[in-house]
Design a protein around this ligand. Structure first.
Ligand code: ADP
Ligand code: SF4
Length: 682
C-alpha cells in the first residue's frame, strides 16, 4: 500500500546544519539501562529504529568525563578514546539503514555523585548532589579554571564523537541533568561572576560550549541543543518565558532546538497524567524565535496529530522516545499506509523502569525491545514454523493474545479461547481504572493483528475444563489463565496469612474490577504490592465518595512508581483528593468494623475504624486447569501470570517467548538462553 498523500509532509527531508535527515521522524535521546555494559545490544536496538524509518536516531545521555559519572545508572561514556569503538558500532548500525546518528554528550553537574570515579562533583554553585539515595556527597562550586576544563572536556568528547561517526553532536541543557541547564537556571546558579546573575550571564557557558562544539566538529556534524522549557519551580527556576528568552539569545547558534520539560518526571509523563501532545503549551512559542528546526515530544503516535503540529508551526520534526520504543517501525508503517499496524505506546513507563533499575529496557507493547541482539528478536518478523501445529491457547489476556498472535504469524493454526465475553484479560479490566484507558491498546493492537491471520480463531465465552481440553485434541495446549489477588494479607510484609474475621467486609482488586463495591463508606486500602494498583483503587473509590485511608508498610504510596516517574504525581493526586495516608504501617489483623496496624519501626499497635478493607497484596496463580489437565495432556505449557504473576509487560514478553521458542529444543538449564557481552580484559 502507498501512503496517504496527507502524510507526505512527514516524509520531507530536513536539513540540519551540514547534514540532511531523510524525513521528519526524530528519535530523541532516551535512556535504556544498557549503556556501556551492553553496547552491542544497544547498537542493535538503535539500528532497529533506523530500519523502522526514524531519520535521526540518538543515543542516551553520554558521560563526557569522570566528573560526570552517574553510577549506579548505566548510560554511555566517552571519557577517553577507549570508548570510541562501542560508539562507532552504534553509529554504524544506525547508518546501515540510512539514518543519521546523534550522540547526547552530557556533563550532569550536581546530579552525578561520581560514585565510581570518586571525583568531587562539579556544580555552578556548591550543593548536595541530587541522587535517589540522598548520597552524603556535595558538589563544589566551579571556578574559572573548572569552567575552562569543562569546555575542554566537552570539546574532546565532541571530537571523539566525530571519530566514532556520529552526525549530530548534542549540547545538553535538559531534564535538570545537563550542567548547562544548571548554569541557566536560577534554582542552581547563585554565582556572582560573569557566569551568574543576569540571564545573559547564566547563558554564557551554554553559548560558549555551542560555539566550541561547532568549531570542533561543525564542519561535518550538526550541533543540536536540548533545552528545558520549564522547571516547574515558578520564578525560582526556568519558566517558559525565560526559556524562550534564553533561546532568543542564541536562536541561530545551534543547528536544531530539541525542546523538553524538566525534570524527567515532567518530560516523560505517563498516560495516567497526560494526553498525547501535552508539551505543546510549553513549546509552541519557540518556532517564531528561530529559523532552525525545532523538535518537540509528547508521546505522538497519531500521524494526523503529527501533521497538525507541523502545519500549525509548533515543531518541524516529530520527536519521540516512547513511541519509537513501542513501535520502532512507526514511520515505515505510515509510509506504507499501514496505520492500523502501528503499535501505539500506552504511556505506562515500564521502559523507564529498566533504566531506573539498571536493567535492559523493556516495553509493555513491544516485547522485542532490548532483545534484538541478545535473543535475535525482531519487532516485525518472526521465523516461520517449520512444522505447522494445531495449538490451543487458553486465556486471551496479554500473554495469551501475544502468544496466539506470534504463533499465528509463524504460520501455526491457533485456537484462542477465553471464558469471558470480552478479550484482553486483566488489560480489559484495568483499562477502566482512572487514567488507564490507553492501556487497552495492548489488547486492541493484538486483536486487530489476530483478525488478519486466517488461521487464528478467537472464541469468547468458552470456559475450558480438563475434559474440553482433552477433547480438543490439539498438538499443544498453552495455558495463559492469569492470576487472582490474594485475600489473606500475604505479600512482602507478611509472608504468612494475617487473622481476618469472617464477618469483616474484605475485598481484593479482582472484586473492584468486577464491579463489586465496599459495604462500609470508611474504607482501608492496604497496599503491600507497591505498584499502581493500590493507588489507583484509592483514586477510584475516593472519587466514588468513599472515605479512603491508604495503609502501606512502605514510606511512600505506590513506591515502585518512582521507577516509572509517577510516584510524586500519584501521591499528590491522592492527597489532593483527601485520601489519608498511613505510611510505614503493616496491617496485622482485620475485624468487622476495624483493623489493627503496627508501625514497621517500633511495632506500636493502633486500631483504625474500617467498615471495609481492600487488600492489595500478592497474587495467586490461576493454575487449577494446569494442575488438573496435566494428567490428561502431555503437550502442555503454562505462561504469563498463571505461571508467575508479574507486570503486563512480563505477560506479553512471556507470550512472545513461548512463540519464539516453540518447536525448538529448549537449552539446558545450565546453558545461557541468550547472548551476553563480556568485557574484554585490558
Ligand atoms: P495474563 O496477564 O497472563 O495474560 P490475564 O489474567 O490477563 O493473564 O488473562 C487470563 C485470561 O484467562 C482471562 O481473560 C480469563 O478469563 C481467562 N481464563 C482463565 N481461566 C480460564 C479457563 N478455564 N477457560 C478459559 N479462559 C480462562
Ligand atoms: Fe510506551 Fe509503556 Fe512501551 Fe514505554 S513501556 S514505550 S510507555 S508502551
Amino acid at each position: 500500500m502507498a501512503r496517504d498523500a496527507r502524510y507526505d509532509i512527514l516524509f520531507e527531508p530536513m536539513k540540519i546544519g551540514p547534514v540532511t535527515a531523510r524525513n521528519r521522524f526524530y528519535q530523541v535521546p532516551h535512556c535504556n539501562g544498557m549503556g556501556w555494559r551492553d553496547p552491542s545490544a544497544l547498537a542493535a536496538m538503535r539500528g532497529m529504529k533506523a530500519e523502522g524509518g526514524w531519520a535521526v536516531v540518538c543515543t542516551e545521555m553520554t558521560e563526557i568525563h569522570q566528573t560526570a559519572d552517574v553510577t549506579p545508572y548505566v548510560e554511555l561514556r566517552l571519557w577517553s578514546d577507549h570508548d570510541i569503538p562501542m560508539h562507532a558500532r552504534i553509529a554504524e548500525k544506525i547508518h546501515e539503514h540510512g539514518s543519521l546518528a546523534g550522540v547526547e554528550l552530557c556533563h550532569s553537574g550536581y546530579t552525578s555523585s561520581n560514585l565510581w570515579s570518586r571525583e568531587i562533583p562539579l556544580a555552578p554553585t556548591a550543593m548536595p548532589t541530587s541522587s535517589s539515595f540522598n548520597s552524603p556527597i556535595q558538589a563544589r562550586t566551579m571556578d574559572r579554571e573548572d569552567i575552562r576544563n569543562l569546555r575542554r572536556a566537552h570539546r574532546a568528547a565532541a571530537l571523539r564523537s566525530r571519530t566514532a561517526g556520529y552526525d549530530l553532536v548534542y549540547v545538553y541543557a535538559g531534564h535538570g541533568l545537563g550542567i548547562f541547564q544548571q548554569f541557566l537556571s536560577r534554582a542552581t546558579n547563585m554565582r556572582n561572576d560573569e557566569y551568574g546573575g543576569s540571564l545573559e550571564n547564566r547563558a554564557r557557558l551554554l553559548r560558549e560550549v555551542i560555539e566550541d562544539t561547532k568549531e570542533a566538529v561543525g564542519d561535518r556534524c550538526a550541533v543540536p541543543v536540548r533545552i528545558a522549557m520549564n522547571e516547574f519551580l515558578g520564578p525560582n527556576g526556568l519558566e517558559p518565558a525565560e526559556g524562550e528568552d534564553a533561546i532568543g539569545l542564541m536562536a541561530e547558534l545551534p543547528e536544531l532546538w530539541d525542546l523538553s520539560l524538566s525534570s524527567w518526571e515532567k518530560d516523560s509523563q505517563t498516560s495516567r497524567f497526560s494526553e498525547e501532545g501535552f508539551q505543546e503549551p510549553y513549546i509552541k512559542g519557540v518556532k517564531k524565535l528561530t529559523t532552525k528546526p525545532v523538535v518537540g515530544v509528547g508521546r505522538y503516535t497519531s500521524p494526523d496529530t503529527m501533521v497538525r503540529v507541523i502545519k500549525q508551526g509548533i515543531m518541524d520534526m516529530i520527536g519521540a522516545a516512547r513511541p519509537s520504543i513501542a513501535d520502532p517501525f512507526l514511520p515505515k508503517k505510515i509510509e506504507e499506509g499501514r496505520l492500523d499496524d502501528i503499535r501505539e505506546c500506552i504511556g505506562c513507563n515500564i521502559c523507564v523502569t529498566g533504566d531506573f533499575t539498571m536493567s535492559p529496557i523493556r516495553c509493555t507493547q513491544n516485547p522485542t525491545m532490548g532483545e534484538e541482539w541478545r535473543r535475535g528478536w525482531h519487532p516485525e518478523r518472526i521465523r516461520p514454523a517449520g512444522n505447522v501445529k494445531n495449538i490451543l491457547v487458553v486465556g486471551a489476556g496479554p500473554a495469551g493474545l501475544e502468544a496466539a498472535r506470534a504463533l499465528g504469524t509463524r504460520g501455526h493454526k491457533v485456537t484462542l479461547a477465553d471464558a469471558r465475553s470480552e478479550a484482553g484479560g486483566r488489560v480489559a479490566l484495568e483499562c477502566r481504572l482512572p487514567g488507564l484507558a490507553a492501556w487497552g491498546r495492548v489488547r486492541d493492537w493484538r486483536l486487530l493483528q489476530i483478525a488478519k491471520l486466517p488461521d487464528v480463531q478467537l472464541y469468547l465465552e468458552s470456559q475450558m475444563t480438563p475434559d474440553t481440553l482433552a477433547e480438543f485434541e490439539a498438538d499443544y495446549v498453552v495455558l495463559a489463565t492469569g492470576s487472582s489477588w490474594r485475600r489473606d494479607g500475604v505479600a512482602r510484609h507478611h509472608t504468612r496469612p494475617i487473622p481476618i474475621d469472617g464477618n469483616a467486609d474484605v475485598l481484593t482488586p479482582d472484586d473492584i474490577l468486577d464491579g463489586k463495591r465496599p459495604k462500609g463508606k470508611d474504607l482501608v486500602i492496604y497496599d503491600d504490592d507497591h505498584y499502581y494498583m493500590g493507588g489507583v483503587i484509592a483514586e477510584l473509590l475516593r472519587k466514588e465518595d468513599y472515605a479512603v485511608t491508604l495503609v502501606t508498610p512502605s514510606y511512600l504510596v505506590s513506591s515502585f512508581t518512582k521507577a516509572s516517574l509517577e510516584q510524586h504525581a500519584i501521591q499528590s493526586r491522592l492527597l489532593g483528593l483527601d485520601v489519608k495516608v498511613e505510611a510505614n504501617q503493616g496491617l496485622t489483623s482485620v475485624s468487622a468494623g476495624h483493623v489493627t496496624l503496627a508501625c514497621v519501626f517500633t511495632g506500636r499497635i493502633r486500631e483504625l475504624e474500617a467498615g471495609s478493607v481492600v487488600l492489595v497484596t500478592a497474587r495467586n496463580v490461576r493454575d487449577h486447569l494446569f494442575q488438573t489437565a496435566a494428567e490428561k495432556i502431555n503437550n502442555l505449557a503454562c505462561i504469563g501470570d498463571c505461571f508467575s504473576p508479574g507486570t503486563i509487560a512480563a505477560a506479553v514478553h512471556a507470550g512472545r517467548k513461548f512463540a519464539e521458542e516453540f518447536g525448538s529444543p529448549l537449552p539446558d538449564f545450565l546453558d545461557l538462553p541468550y547472548r551476553r557481552e563480556v568485557i574484554g580484559l585490558s
